[in-house]
Design a protein around this ligand. Structure first.
Ligand SMILES: *Cc1c(COP(=O)(O)O)cnc(C)c1O
Length: 383
């Protein structure tokens, strides 16, 4: 293959469509601090996603950090080890203690039963992730939260546009956060947002993302600079014109993988539950080395050798990183499902522009790896 194949490629509309937006910014000289494109994007995204209020951010991590601050979370927060490291980092940035709890192997998301077992007198909140855009057991988590008086903040960085039986998954819990990073389904180069159900909390969040300024002379809290600028917001408005087409293309790529790899021994594909309008953000497969005949890491290396840049999302687990390793809940013996998935998972390239030819090469390599191993083990039997 001449060029390397990345695991994802950003959604980028034709450049000429963006020029008129830039012209408007140059004319108005409004660059940031809640300019007209920022206000328009908040409105259009709330309508598109089917949510009440949205507060835009310069990235998803600052949205997470601010969401925890806005709800005045203290003490211990129960979260998943199977995520991108920013999930847990947002807790450390708020001086909160992460408590890692195992996932349900069917959804790869926090298991409410394990959450309940991990609650102590210091627990104040749950920070689950809708991993790969597959919803958590939101009812199970809410039941636990209501029983123990806990807040729920969803890291919904993967869940842009996901609807469960017609309703946005972003409406669960107290707050949800989104990421609009270049690698995500919907991007503003960098960007993020907090989804919130009530106008008063949105007000507080809007203060906190602007240093805590409530007005010209009043600073109500040590807020951060998390504001989205006008170029990002204008780009988001343009992206919204293209997102539905991008989702259709992603779905077609995912379905081709499914048809080709379903039924291959030792390969498990992600199964979006019935009634879910998914966003096809990732195409993770789980490799059972024994049945597939080749380990996850051997297959990973085979792809890398061909310059096909598959990724092991998420490996290692967050609790394996040095700043988390020492926590009591970081012990791998308490996280068997997360451990197993992190050792089996491989995310295949998926994005709206992936050609069928390249996708076929990706599929063929997996099938070849399986066939070779099966052949060599049957030869060994004959000998
Ligand atoms: C991408 C991502 C983030 C961080 O978002 P940024 O916009 O890159 O700061 C947080 N959590 C999860 C699960 C993510 O995938």
């Amino acid at each position: 293959m001449a060029e390397s194949v990345p695991v994802t490629s950003p959604l980028l509309p034709p450049l000429e469509e963006f020029i008129p937006y830039l012209q408007q910014i140059w004319d108005s000289k409004r660059l940031t601090n809640g300019g007209p494109f920022h206000e328009q994007l908040e409105q259009e995204l709330a309508d598109y996603l089917g949510v009440k209020h949205i507060s835009l951010f310069s990235n998803g991590t600052l949205a997470l950090v601010t969401a925890l601050q806005a709800l005045r979370i203290t003490g211990e927060v129960i979260t998943t080890p199977y995520s991108f490291v920013a999930t847990a980092h947002s807790l450390l940035w708020n001086n909160l203690k992460p408590v890692f709890v195992d996932i349900d192997p069917l959804t790869n998301n926090l298991d409410p039963k394990r959450v309940e077992e991990a609650i102590t007198s210091a627990t104040t909140a749950i920070l689950p992730v809708h991993c790969y855009g597959i919803p958590c057991d939101v009812e199970g988590i809410q039941r636990v939260a209501d029983t123990y008086g806990l807040k729920v903040i969803y890291d919904a960085a993967h869940a842009f546009g996901v609807r469960d039986n017609g309703a946005s998954v972003l409406n669960h819990g107290d707050l949800s956060i989104l990421s609009f990073h270049a690698t995500k389904v919907f991007n503003t180069f960098e960007g993020g947002a907090i989804i919130c159900p009530d106008a008063k909390i949105k007000q507080r969040i809007d203060y906190l993302k602007n240093f805590g300024f409530a007005d010209e002379v009043t600073v109500m809290a040590p807020g951060i600079n998390g504001k989205m600028n006008e170029v990002q917001a204008a780009f988001g408005l343009l992206q919204l014109r293209h997102i539905d087409d991008a989702l259709v293309r992603r779905r077609a790529v995912f379905e081709r993988y499914r048809q080709a790899l379903e039924g291959v021994p030792g390969v498990r594909l992600l199964e979006p539950p019935a009634g879910l309008e998914w966003n096809y953000a990732y195409c993770p497969i789980l490799i059972d080395a024994e049945r597939f005949g080749c380990s996850r890491d051997a297959l990973y290396q085979r792809y890398r050798d061909q310059d096909i840049l598959v990724r092991r999302y998420f490996y290692p687990l967050i609790n394996e990183f040095p700043m988390y390793r020492g926590l009591p809940s970081a012990d791998l013996s308490g996280l068997p499902h997360a451990w197993q998935v992190s050792r089996q998972v491989l995310c295949l390239p998926i994005h709206p522009q992936l050609s069928t030819e390249i996708q076929q090469q990706i599929i063929d390599l997996a099938l070849a790896c399986h066939a070779e191993q099966t052949r060599s083990s049957s030869t060994a039997l004959e000998l």
